[in-house]
Design a protein around this ligand. Sequence first.
Ligand code: FAD
Length: 459
Amino acid sequence: MPIATHDNGSFWFDSLESLPEPEKPSSLPRATDVAIIGAGFTGLWTAYYLKQRRPDLSIAIFEAVTVGYGASGRNGGWCMGLAMGIEDLLAKPETRHVGIQVLRAMHETVDEVGRVCQAENIDCHYQKGGTLTVATLPFRAKRMRDRVERFHSMGFSKDDYRWLPASEAKRHINCASNYGASYTPHCAAIHPARLVKGLAERVRELGVAIHELTPVTNFEPGRIHTEVGSVDASIVLRATEGYTDSLSNQKRRVMPLYSMMVATEPLERGMWEEIGLTQRETFGDGRRVVTYGQRTLDNRIAFGGRGSYYFGSERKPRISPEDPMLDVVEQNLRDFFPILHDVEVTHRWGGLMGVSRHWRPSVLFDRHTGLGSAGGYVGEGVAASNLAGRTLSDLVTGENSDLARLPWVGDDPDRWEREPLRWAGAKAVKFFGDRADRKERDSNAPSRLWGGLFDRLVG
Ligand SMILES: Cc1cc2nc3c(=O)[nH]c(=O)nc-3n(C[C@H](O)[C@H](O)[C@H](O)COP(=O)(O)OP(=O)(O)OC[C@H]3O[C@@H](n4cnc5c(N)ncnc54)[C@H](O)[C@@H]3O)c2cc1C
């Protein structure tokens, strides 16, 4: 993995009070009980909960660049009570009860992140203002209302999911077109880099060693290999998400897909009186090529959209701020809030999401080999990585918990196809999603052809 710099180019890293230079270790310990590869949310939450349950374990995290360098320090900051794959479970009668169980676990996870931040004094600007999905087209209002009703029929209450008619929705968020919005309180806006750096500090205080600038090249049962040397470990946990291809024995396990973000300058109070978002509700508009935004604590808008895939799973350390895909995201933001036409966009960056072949996350642990992993969250891993970390630590410690029986445990995906099939598939998903969104915008009706193709590939 090329290491150009330890700064990941995001607004979040730029807004940290200080960004200390990571230090490359000259030597590594010969052995540790648990070796974790990757210091993003997944690796750090796993270490955190493992240390809570088993303070006697020696744990070392090996990070190629610096804490939070990956998606965890670049994302949209939606700590959301949903994860990829749950809606599929809910859609089928035979898996609905499991879907409900996982969804409730995700709701609780949003509170768990808030609880730990408070208990550990991690000031990550956590505010549980919920999330608004705005119907920017009239036909989507019906689709979203139906979805809210489906949740109610499954036993969720109006305190979990609520339809806001246009007049009420506009009081929450005054955007270009607003035909109503679905609202759930199960989402908190956070500053992701403050969370990931704060969590790393607490984990270090608990006695976990974090070795930065230490790329792992390969691993096997009982041992990891780095450029500095090998380390024995009876348990090896992979938490490398969109960068998994950097490990020579993990090729084609996770597809790296870019998501792109922009952030504005801080907006004046008058503008916020127009826009709303008084509770820092996160917001999106429910189109297929996902858009997502949050009001930051310092009154900017951080806004993103799904980006692209590069042939051969190429991973760029940083996306150039001049990248044309960022122009599209910036334009989407200005279309969403026309009041922003003269506002300066101060930051433009991208980051890697990890997509597994079945398009849902999994948590894996093999007691016999001591090997485990968690990830494949696509763009929904901020809270899910906490649940995954708790789950992985239960599996490692042999806890017979409800978490260890969640359906993502042992749900091992196939490897991705070889090129050029993988590239063609990724391009097709983006193409179908864009076509479906455009068709729906022009016709104000569901796009059965393009939308159906998109759903079939992603589902
Ligand atoms: C732009 C963007 C916006 C997003 N927005 C949201 C959102 O709003 N809400 C949400 O829920 N999710 C969002 N996501 C997804 C979410 O950020 C991720 O799912 C989550 O951060 C994954 O955490 P992780 O620790 O598994 O992976 P990462 O944070 O990517 O961490 C992996 C770490 O492993 C290290 N690493 C990789 N290979 C090696 C190696 N060989 N040796 C050592 N270290 C290695 C990397 O340097 C990296 O630090 C977004 C993602 C992106 C990119």
